[in-house]
Design a protein around this ligand. Structure first.
Ligand code: HH2
Length: 294
């Protein structure tokens, strides 16, 4: 068996798509926000956002993640109506772009509007804890990404604290997945994400990535977002526009520890890195098989 399948082969139901996770999936980020830490303001114009999303699909994105409210520490809240107003034209324009469409939101009204407009996935950094969130997503076949966050975006980086970050994050994700399943959501729709940088210090992030197998063991595909994040800046001393190499290193490490979906800004470079990593891993395991057979 190729070593690339350290994450057990699984399928993910994602709206119109049914993904097998034989290889890591690429989720490309498109922020329709004025203040995202990574690319704030560049894609507020829907025409530009659609163009950028199409570039990411051409570069190999399997899923496009559209966010209309920044989650960076201290970001301004976006009213529901404005979030919906930013998302709907872009969802409509991208409907047949060739990738699954995910919407990154914490608000149940936005979830309902996005699903009615054809979104294939809801990505909730708040783990479907908002009032009405589970109700909004339980019917249908949309993929659901449950992310862990300690605190709220406004305060989460003030003093993150855990006795055992891996055990606590795993327990939270297990609980939220159970809440979704008891509302009738099929296990094949659920994705789990430890939420790198969301109420975590650098040490917490490193521990979570190192022991990602404990999250993968919960039995759902694991999504990881490390792209351009402050942990990469803290390690390399680089500003947000200079974090590609560090982001790729962290992404490959996460995949080697069991991540099945990676959320990235730089799809083309991430795709190439994953292809080379996978070819090496597979050639390593076939060499081991040949030696075993001899
Ligand atoms: N990270 C960000 C936003 N959404 N969703 C998931 N599931 N996992 C993540 O790690 C994650 C996420 C933050 O990155 P970005 O979208 O670039 O910035 P901002 O929140 O400022 O828009």
């Amino acid at each position: 068996m190729p070593a690339a399948s350290i994450h057990p082969p699984a399928t993910l139901n994602c709206g119109r798509y049914r993904f097998t996770l034989e290889r890591p999936l690429l989720m490309g980020v498109v922020n329709l926000t004025a203040d995202s830490f990574s690319d704030g303001g560049r894609l507020l114009d829907p025409v530009r956002a659609v163009e950028h999303a199409r570039e990411l699909v051409a570069a190999g994105a399997d899923i496009i993640d559209l966010g209309a409210e920044s989650t960076r520490p201290g970001a301004a809240e976006v009213p529901v109506a404005l979030e919906i107003e930013r998302l709907l034209p872009v969802l409509a324009a991208l409907h047949d772009c060739g990738a699954a469409l995910s919407v990154d939101t914490r608000k149940s009204a936005v979830m309902s509007a996005a699903l009615a407009a054809g979104a294939d996935m809801i990505n909730d950094v708040n783990g479907f804890r908002d009032e009405g969130a589970i109700e909004a997503v339980r019917a249908g076949q949309a993929g659901l990404c449950v992310m862990h966050m300690q605190g709220t975006p406004a305060t989460m980086q003030e003093a993150p604290s855990y006795l055992d970050p891996v055990a606590e994050v795993a327990q939270f994700l297990r609980g939220r997945a159970a809440a979704l399943e008891s509302a009738g959501v099929a296990r094949e729709r659920i994705v789990l994400d430890p939420g790198i940088g969301f109420g975590k210090s650098l040490v917490h992030n490193l521990q979570l990535l190192d022991r990602l197998a404990a999250i993968a063991a919960l039995g759902a595909p694991v999504l990881i977002g490390v792209s351009r994040k402050s942990m990469i800046g803290a390690i390399t001393g680089r500003g947000v526009d200079e974090r590609l190499a560090g982001s790729i290193a962290a992404m490959l490490f996460a995949v080697s520890r069991g991540a099945g979906i990676v959320r990235v800004h730089d799809v083309a470079a991430s795709r190439d890195a994953l292809l080379v990593w996978r070819a090496l891993v597979e050639s390593g395991s076939s060499t081991a098989r040949i030696q075993q057979d001899e």
